[in-house]
Design a binder for this molecule. Structure first.
Ligand SMILES: Cc1cc2nc3c(=O)[nH]c(=O)nc-3n(C[C@H](O)[C@H](O)[C@H](O)COP(=O)(O)OP(=O)(O)OC[C@H]3O[C@@H](n4cnc5c(N)ncnc54)[C@H](O)[C@@H]3O)c2cc1C
Ligand code: SF4
Length: 441
């Protein structure tokens, strides 16, 4: 019988295991850290930030005791600066670019400084920004994830009335349903949603879906502009025999259950867990499985460490938490016993002379009580069938305009993004500025 169960840990351990992965800086620590910044001219950290936050400026403000001003500098560029401070892979963005990121030094801890400023601000402010006088123009935003929320806030700031159509019962998108529990603790995602909506002029129709309750034609007829921030709704299949066996789960759905459960001890996890994939979802699923008390967790990835979607830091985080990462293996079959998973058969892979990934014929069996599929998500185009796609996602120009008049799109559902929260925020804001320009013309 496979060993899958809930409540593997002592009650106290759940709180400890799912506490903040990076504890926030204290006030004194933040000032000391801000002092390490050289306040570079044409700062490389700002250039590396998808939302172009003026990083030296906000760090200087922290250093001079103006923490509120620091937060305002951040929110002026990125209204979800609080979540981005928690989830951005800073090691491949601003902190990688920091001039202090050299062998004998460490980069300035920009993410933690950003969190320090934005957390303080959220403690004492219900929102950021003051709305411009009402324009009388109406915009529909589909999807209340980071892209939709950033777009809605910017439009509301400009005086437009925004209606967000959101398929789920609550807003936040993957900030609420996907991001690892130890990155967004204490209900932060919903607090941030409230902060964004606090600007006014934004109505949310939760539980209403494009493609079911509205067609795109309905929205185009009723509103002056439409923004699509639908994210990715389907998960890729492994395409191997035995995939439907009990105990094989979709990592994104499993993480969603974990995020939504107020009591982590109710989430079932296997004793031996095999996670198939190499991105952030694979690492998040594996680390959280370990934190729930799984005995052995292995991430199995078909290529090498350099090709993994998860950054080097994320890979280290997995290893520090006791997760084994196995490279150059591709799943070939889920082996069952009775009606439940017992193992996964892999074939070792390699690059052939032309650099193509190929099977070597050598196999490997990993015993497993639970298998998590984390090999990527795909865009479901059904609700927007009249919009042109490119590579399976919505095609947009540099202003996030789609092929349809009056329709913009951004975030994970568009072609060419990096599938990061901060990228979605940037898309949403850029689209809002383009919509505003179109409505003001
Ligand atoms: C498990 C996991 C962990 C991740 N961890 C990180 C991380 O640590 N750092 C990071 O930067 N990025 C991370 N990402 C990626 C990041 O979450 C996404 O890039 C980001 O959420 C994309 O924002 P979005 O607004 O485009 O889409 P989403 O966040 O997916 O939001 C889309 C919204 O649209 C709604 N919707 C969909 N279809 C319809 C419809 N037909 N009608 C109405 N509403 C609809 C959905 O319900 C959802 O609320 C992670 C992703 C996953 C899956
Ligand atoms: S690159 Fe580093 S040192 Fe220079 S401004 Fe940015 S954070 Fe400061």
């Amino acid at each position: 019988m496979p060993d899958i169960s809930a409540g593997r840990l002592a009650a106290d351990d759940y709180g400890k295991n799912f506490s903040d992965v990076h504890p926030p800086l204290g006030a004194h620590e933040a000032v000391v850290e801000s002092d390490r910044c050289y306040f570079c001219f044409d700062a490389p950290c700002t250039n590396a930030c998808p939302t172009s936050i003026d990083i030296p400026l906000f760090i200087r403000k922290i250093g001079t005791g103006n923490v509120e001003g620091a937060a305002e500098t951040i929110f002026a560029s990125n209204i979800l600066g609080g979540m981005c401070a928690r989830v951005c892979p800073t090691e491949t963005l601003c902190e990688e670019a920091c001039v202090r990121n050299v062998a004998e030094e460490k980069p300035v801890r920009i993410g933690l400084l950003q969190r320090h400023a934005t957390d303080r601000y959220l403690e004492s402010h219900s929102t950021y920004g003051i709305r411009a006088p009402a324009t009388g123009r109406k915009v529909a935003v589909v999807g209340a994830g980071p892209a939709g929320l950033a777009c809605a806030h910017e439009l509301a700031l400009k005086g437009h009335d925004v209606t967000i159509v959101e398929a789920r019962g609550k807003a936040g998108g993957l900030n609420e349903f996907g991001i690892a529990a130890y990155k967004a603790t204490d209900g932060f995602a919903q607090r941030e949603v409230d902060f964004v909506l606090g600007i006014g002029g934004i109505t949310i129709e939760a539980g209403k879906a494009l493609g079911r309750d509205y067609s795109l034609a309905d929205l185009r007829a009723k509103y002056d502009a439409v923004f699509l921030g639908l994210g990715l709704q389907a998960v890729n299949a492994l395409g191997v025999e035995g995939e439907e066996t009990a105990g094989v789960v979709d990592a994104v759905r499993w993480i969603e259950d974990l995020r939504q459960s107020p009591d982590k001890s109710t989430i079932e996890v296997g004793s031996r867990v095999v996670v198939i994939g190499g991105g952030m979802t694979a690492v998040d699923a594996a680390v959280q499985a370990k934190k729930l008390g799984a005995d052995e967790v292995t991430i199995a990835y078909r290529r090498g460490p350099a090709e993994m979607g998860a950054s080097r830091y994320e890979q280290e985080l997995a290893q520090v938490n006791g997760v084994r990462i196995l490279h150059w293996v591709a799943p070939r079959q889920v082996v069952s016993e009775g009606n439940a998973v017992a193992a996964v058969d892999f074939e070792r892979t390699a690059l052939d002379a032309s650099g193509r990934l190929t099977g070597t014929g050598r196999t490997l069996r990993l015993a497993a009580d639970q298998v998590m599929k984390a090999i990527g998500q795909t865009f479901v185009s059904g609700p927007v069938e009249t919009v042109a796609l490119d590579g399976g996602r919505i095609a947009v120009d540099e202003e996030m305009r789609t092929s349809l008049a009056k329709v913009w799109a951004g975030g994970d559902c568009v072609r060419g993004g990096e599938d990061l929260t901060v990228q979605a925020v940037d898309h949403g804001k850029r689209a809002a500025l383009s919509i505003h320009a179109a409505l003001s013309a």
